[in-house]
Design a protein around this ligand. Structure first.
Ligand code: EPU
Length: 435
């Protein structure tokens, strides 16, 4: 198992190009199964999770190829196997998103209940009820969901909570259902809008994505041989912004959509970070300078569904809060168990107390290097951010969680001056010479 080995204390300076969105890609890749032919996707991040999704799609008979940097071609002409390998679905929750396309195109499906990051109960009841509302007969037994339909038809769905995954999943299945589907209390995340834009690009008729009500008018066929570019990853951008801020550095983030980052950027500004939009595509900044000339101040965080502060940024932001001046209350309203990682930050000297869904973070003068373990993807990101500012050396275990969602994280940070290295734990001496 590889580790990250970090020597903190270097202010980051330079430019970082942000990759494509993990969560949008993980919903768009299975949506390609609806197309009876080829689709070309650009800006797909080269991360473990997109490769896992490619493996799931290949298992169904689709042809999936990474044809260039961040470019993937999916040919779903021979999509004929209505089953997803249990091992892959348990490894990554998004694998479950193939259920809808299987029902839509093949009329049958067999998919295991999903796994993924351990951050709460994370049931799939909204997905199942949503697909049932489209006329699918679904049963869950022994951890396996099986489904049949003689043809999906439009239906009315209202989610108890605006679930990003259930919204994109049901929207995708409904794209080829017979009639009109309405999703109420839909998630409004930019990734949901991106999936709708992709589907509309291949001929679907979806209105209202990005608002609480999404209306889908089913079509019988989608266009082949199209190309679509996935949005940039707002979580990757936000993580680099926290890394710049905690090291009191200056970093220009390239390939971002500033609007998508607004809840995070506003919070960083409240903490004293300077945020300057640079180049723009029309009215939309596509590069932003993040500068933190001095130590940041604490600010409270309330993680909520979009357009609230994103739960996926809660952890890197808490890492920044640990060395900010003052006290902050951090509440996560999306997942009930997303504070497990704070124990690791406390090993580095952070002062954090957790009670239920709320953490109280008291800023300390400095963190100290330690050996810590990433328990999930964003926990890993938080530990990297913390280690970049810690005095001394930090070894971060569980790097495989980070690899699920960040492409070349260490390399990107090295290019802006960070002393971070992947290390083979068997030969630490080799690393020590390298830094
Ligand atoms: N929920 C249910 N039933 C369901 C679905 C969701 O009760 O059927 C609950 C969840 O337990 C949670 C809340 O609804 O409390 C919201 O979950 P949501 O469905 O929105 O999350 P998700 O779709 O499973 C995606 C991202 C997560 C991100 C959340 C929230 C992907 C592959 N994952 O998960 O990303 O935290 O939306 O924005 O898109 C990450 O990138 O680190 C990550 C965990």
């Amino acid at each position: 198992m590889e580790q990250f080995f970090v020597r903190g204390g270097v202010p980051l300076r330079g430019e970082i190009r942000v990759g494509g969105s993990k969560n949008a890609s993980l919903a768009i890749l299975p949506a390609c199964l609806l197309v009876r032919g080829k689709t070309r996707l650009l800006n797909v991040p080269d991360i473990q999770d997109t490769h896992t999704m490619a493996a799931v799609l290949r298992h169904t008979g689709a042809h999936v190829q990474f044809v260039g940097p961040e470019t993937v071609e999916v040919d779903a002409t021979h999509f004929q196997r209505a089953e997803a390998p249990e091992e892959l679905v348990r490894r990554m929750r998004a694998s479950f998103y193939v259920l809808g396309p299987m029902l839509a195109r093949l009329g049958t499906a067999r998919v295991a209940q999903p796994g993924g990051c351990d951050i709460g109960a994370r049931p799939v009841d909204f997905h199942i009820r949503g697909l049932q509302a489209l006329g699918a007969d679904l049963r869950s037994e022994g951890g396996i969901v099986t489904g049949h339909t003689r043809g999906l038809r439009g239906g009315e769905i209202y989610f108890d909570f605006p679930s990003a995954g259930a919204t994109t999943h049901v929207m995708t299945a409904a794209a080829m259902a017979d009639g009109i589907t309405t999703i109420g209390n839909a998630a409004m995340e930019p990734e949901v809008v991106d999936v709708a834009n992709f589907l509309n690009g291949v001929g679907a008729r979806i209105r209202g994505a990005g608002t609480p009500t999404v209306v889908i008018e089913g079509v019988s066929e989608l266009a082949t041989d199209t190309e679509y570019s996935v949005i940039p990853d707002r979580m990757e951008a936000g993580t680099h912004a926290c890394a710049a801020a905690i090291t009191q550095g200056t970093v220009v983030l390239q390939n971002v959509i500033a609007n998508h980052l607004q809840p995070v950027l506003v919070k960083l500004q409240e903490m004293g970070v300077q945020v300057t939009p640079l180049s723009a595509d029309g009215d939309h900044p596509i590069s932003i300078r993040i500068a933190a000339p001095e130590r940041t101040q604490c600010a409270d965080i309330l993680a909520m569904p979009h357009p609230g502060f994103p739960t996926d940024m809660q952890q890197p932001l808490v890492a920044l809060l640990t060395v900010s001046r003052g006290v902050a209350l951090v509440t996560d309203r999306v997942f009930e168990n997303r504070f497990r990682y704070v124990t690791e930050l406390c090993h580095m000297g952070a002062d954090i107390q957790v009670s239920g869904r709320t953490a109280v973070v008291r800023g300390v003068d400095h963190l100290s290097g330690a050996t810590v373990t990433a328990t999930d993807l964003r926990a890993g990101a938080a530990l990297v951010v913390a280690a970049l500012a810690a005095q001394g050396e930090t070894a971060i275990l569980g790097v495989e969680h980070v690899d699920r969602g960040y492409s070349k994280l260490a390399e990107k940070l090295q290019r802006v001056g960070a002393r971070i290295q992947r290390m083979d734990p068997e030969s630490p001496a080799r690393y020590l010479r390298a830094v």
